[in-house]
Ligand binder design. Structure first.
Ligand SMILES: O=C(O)CC[SeH]
Length: 415
């Protein structure tokens, strides 16, 4: 009989909390009206949506009028990046000629600054804009001493045509938390001194951070923030925070045109059921974040202790830096040894369900994110990304450790 699987891939996706499922089911059965309709059925649906919007705003310290629902994180990130591109062209004269110090026309194009560790829904958007000659992009390498993008390196990358800085709040593979508040604070000072130049807009993708650590848009002083429901036990839709949405200072341009929903920023008849679920997931984070993060940290730390107990100095924790913070639930670990490739070890585990890196990346080659923070290829290709959840127990970890032990022994005896 198949033994119960132990899921340690919560950074890839999470199950719905039962209360979230209940909220979705109730909304689908009782608030099915068109939220734009003025009759009772429509008003009922709109009320559900407004309550969800308020819960999301509370979760990130925002005004509810600054929250917009999207189909997910990919749409949120694309919308924000495309907004910066359009805003550059709509609002700023492009300086003629070139900057001699650069010897090219890169200052004629909107310039983006990001890190070399972003999720593909930021990385590939910017890579494509650069390849098509529509924008110029600086991918600031993370420090190999901290796993973080350094403020000084971001500042050094700023040029007159810089229109946006987009850096994720916490990395999905290593869990390393980026110094967003510090970086954006320094850029705001630069914005104050820039005359007749594009104001540098500030975005962070908070997909992996929400539900695991405090996320406060006022404290971080961001202009935009991306929210992804299925990373914090919510449904697979998302939302964006836009500071003072509708103001000229922080613009937002629609990628879709239609019936005027979401104040014309994101038209399309609202997905009331999923929005209700997202709102409930946010409500639970507001209520229980401290418990969630403490529990996950306890379990993750126990996991790393047990790994070291069993595998000793063959264990390399990828993304653990003395001066950087990590998400409480993430352990990126390599078991050193010939043939112990991450995907091989996982394929010989009977009970563990995890990944070697981002679910949307190939699982049979070293992660570019680990290589980017200086993990040697021989270590990176043995990486396992283990991410614990709200329900993960110490007993689960004991099972996982035994599973990994037998998988490693099998591979080594077989080689
Ligand atoms: O697995 C992840 O890290 C996110 C989905 Se590509």
């Amino acid at each position: 009989m198949d033994q119960e699987k132990i899921y340690l891939d919560y950074n890839a996706t999470t199950p719905l909390e039962p209360d979230v499922l209940g909220a979705i089911s109730t909304a689908l059965s009782e608030a099915w009206g068109n939220p734009s309709s003025s009759h009772a059925a429509g008003v009922k649906a709109k009320t559900v949506i407004d309550r969800a919007r308020t819960n999301l705003a509370t979760m990130v310290g925002a005004k509810s009028s600054d929250i917009l629902f999207t189909s997910g994180g990919t749409e949120a990130n694309n919308m924000i990046l495309q907004t910066a591109l359009k805003h550059f062209h709509l609002c700023h004269e492009i300086t003629n000629g070139t900057d001699p110090s650069r010897g090219d026309n890169s200052d004629q194009l909107p310039h983006f600054i990001t890190s070399n560790m972003e999720h593909d829904s930021v990385k590939l958007v910017l890579e494509n804009l650069a390849e098509e000659g529509i924008a110029s992009v600086t991918f600031v390498p993370a420090s190999q001493k901290t796993g973080c993008v350094m403020k000084e390196d971001v500042i050094a990358a700023v040029r007159p045509s810089t229109c946006m800085i987009s850096i994720m709040l916490a990395n999905n593979e290593t869990g390393v938390i980026q110094p967003i508040k510090e970086i954006f604070e320094s850029i705001r000072h630069i914005n104050l001194t820039r005359k007749n130049l594009p104001r540098i807009l500030l975005h962070t993708d908070a997909a992996q951070a929400i539900g695991k650590m405090e996320v406060d848009v006022v404290e971080m002083d961001v202009d935009y923030l991306s929210i992804v429901g299925h990373k914090f036990y919510g449904p697979r839709i998302g939302a964006v925070f836009v500071r003072n949405l509708g103001s000229k200072e922080v613009p937002l341009y629609p990628m879709l045109y239609g019936g005027g929903q979401e104040r014309n920023f994101r038209p399309g008849t609202e997905n009331t059921g999923m929005i209700a679920g997202l709102g409930k997931a946010a409500e639970l984070v507001v209520q229980y974040l401290d418990n969630y993060s403490k529990h996950m940290a306890t379990v993750r730390d126990y996991l790393e202790t047990r790994l070291q107990d069993v595998f000793g100095d063959r264990i390399h924790i990828n993304g653990k830096f003395a001066t950087s913070e990590r998400l409480p639930n993430t352990c990126n670990v390599s078991i050193l040894g010939h043939g112990l490739f991450g995907h091989m070890v996982l394929s010989h585990c009977d009970r563990l369900q995890a990944s070697v890196g981002a679910a949307c990346h190939a699982q049979n080659r070293p992660s570019h994110i680990l290589l980017a923070i200086g993990i040697p290829e021989s270590v990176a290709r043995n990486a396992l990304r283990l991410s614990v959840g709200r329900e993960t127990t110490l007993a689960d970890i004991d099972i996982v450790i035994e599973d990994l032990k037998q998988a490693v022994e099998f591979i080594e005896n077989d080689s």
